[in-house]
Design a protein around this ligand. Structure first.
Ligand SMILES: NC(=O)c1ccc[n+]([C@@H]2O[C@H](COP(=O)([O-])OP(=O)(O)OC[C@H]3O[C@@H](n4cnc5c(N)ncnc54)[C@H](O)[C@@H]3O)[C@@H](O)[C@H]2O)c1
Length: 414
């Protein structure tokens, strides 16, 4: 039996035998260190291209990996990626998933497609690196189902919250867990940008229309069936049907290290505020200024603020009953320049930080777990904790309500 046949036969058996047996089979499903893992890329836009570059660089350093196939709903991007990396080109992600040479997939499509495509992938027996946010703000129940199926099928899933692979953020976690600032009660952090370049995405071809080179229905997925527009297709971050603005695009990076360092799960309460305070000139629907407050049952409050109208930075502060940690020069997905540790008594100390290539480390962690069947550092369960907070703040904001969480039923209450 070849390695691929083995992987596929174990995943088929896993479905039949159920969760307990699936866990056992997964543990036995160990790839040899020199077996090349075949990777397929779904979504070859900005982020997908970055992932392709990163994996290509690893293959040139003899890492046992292979870029097998690429998929995109927009022909020019699909051809560009396929030609650039001599990969097979698929217009439809289900065709890529049927390719037996693909062992794992990277999903970097618009937010609303992540969970449906990832569920198709695990059902096809693939392991998944799925970009953040884990899902769209309207998809909490579906995200929960994705988590449950991942466990049932014994698949390995890494959500693209790459701060969990940063040695800098790990240092903060260590300090907190060693009691350097006592028990933490309060976190204040933010994300600030000058200008709206993150969401105002360039339109490469104003004359593009649905047809053989542009699959509008595939782009829509389970979104409302609105008529095509180039703005919606290329600048999807501006529209509520496909994105949520700062809460879902930027806050996953901000919240991730605090959830990890403090060992948090689901918030008990979340409030979202903000609106379109500047960029109201081109049909934008998502807020350009957004704040969210979350209280956790562990008796800690996390306050995140964001505006895309002014990049003047404020450093994140973690306050405990034994001291304070302040992080200077923060780049949330990666790390920071230094840690200022202020104990309640005694002199403050400064610990050098770093800004590592956390996405590279995140991939390495994922690929290692594909071989060992261990849980990656941003496993689907961790992804769900981050996702719950985002969904609660966003739903509360849109409905002008305080969102609460029922921990027994794992449901958002509004
Ligand atoms: N972790 C990070 O630091 C990070 C950074 C940037 C982006 N991201 C995430 O990556 C995702 C993609 O962002 P982006 O900036 O690359 O967007 P993008 O628009 O540049 O790329 C998305 C690509 O998906 C394609 N696509 C649309 N529907 C498809 C379908 N049904 N099947 C296959 N392809 C389809 C589009 O044609 C496009 O090429 C977002 O969810 C974003 O939040 C994460």
């Amino acid at each position: 039996m070849t390695r691929r046949e083995f992987i596929r036969s174990t995943s088929k058996s896993a479905v039949v035998l159920g969760a307990a047996s699936a866990a056992l089979i997964s543990r036995q499903n160990v790839l040899g260190a020199n077996d090349k893992i075949g990777i397929g890329f779904i979504g070859c836009g900005g982020r997908g291209s970055g992932h392709l570059q990163l994996i290509h660089a690893l293959t040139t350093q003899d890492a046992p990996l292979r870029i097998v196939a690429v998929c995109d709903a927009y022909g020019p991007r699909l051809r560009n990626a396929a030609e650039g990396y001599q990969a097979k080109a698929y217009k439809d992600h289900r065709e890529l998933l049927a390719d037996k040479e693909v062992d794992v997939v990277c999903i970097a499509t618009p937010d609303r497609l992540h969970v449906p495509q990832a569920m198709d992938a695990i059902r096809a027996g693939k392991d998944v690196y799925c970009e953040k946010p884990m899902g769209h703000w309207s998809q909490f129940e579906l995200s929960k189902k994705f988590f449950e199926e991942t466990r049932k099928l014994g698949r390995v899933v890494q959500i693209g919250n790459q701060a969990n692979s940063s040695s800098a953020w790990l240092k903060v976690k260590e300090l907190i867990q060693q009691g350097a600032i006592g028990r933490v009660q309060h976190v204040a952090a933010g994300y600030y940008r000058n200008g709206d370049w993150g969401e105002r995405m360039p339109i490469p071809d104003r004359n593009a229309r649905p047809g053989p080179d542009l699959d509008w229905q595939a782009f829509l997925g389970d979104a409302p069936k609105k008529p095509f527009s180039v703005e919606r297709f290329f600048s999807w971050r501006s529209f509520l049907d496909y994105a949520g603005g700062p809460s879902t695009d930027l806050f996953p990076h901000v919240l991730t290290p605090f959830i990890s360092a403090l060992g948090l799960k689901f918030p008990s309460l979340a409030v979202g505020t903000g609106g379109i305070f500047k960029y109201d000139d081109y049909g934008r629907e998502v807020p350009d200024t957004f704040n969210m407050v979350m209280d956790y049952p562990e008796r800690v409050s996390i306050n995140l603020v964001c505006t895309l109208t002014n990049a003047y930075n404020s450093d994140p502060v973690i306050r405990g009953d034994g001291g304070t940690i302040m992080l200077e020069g923060t780049d949330f997905g990666a790390g920071f320049r230094s840690i200022k540790l202020h104990p309640l008594k005694g002199e403050p100390t400064e610990i050098p930080g770093s800004i590592p290539n956390s996405t590279l480390e995140h991939w390495k962690n994922f690929l290692e777990c594909v071989r060992t069947r261990a849980k990656p550092v941003s496993d689907v369960e961790f992804g769900l904790y981050v996702q719950a907070a985002m969904c609660m703040a966003m739903l509360g904001f849109l409905k002008n309500k305080v969102a609460r969480f029922d921990p027994a039923k794992k449901r958002i209450l509004l």
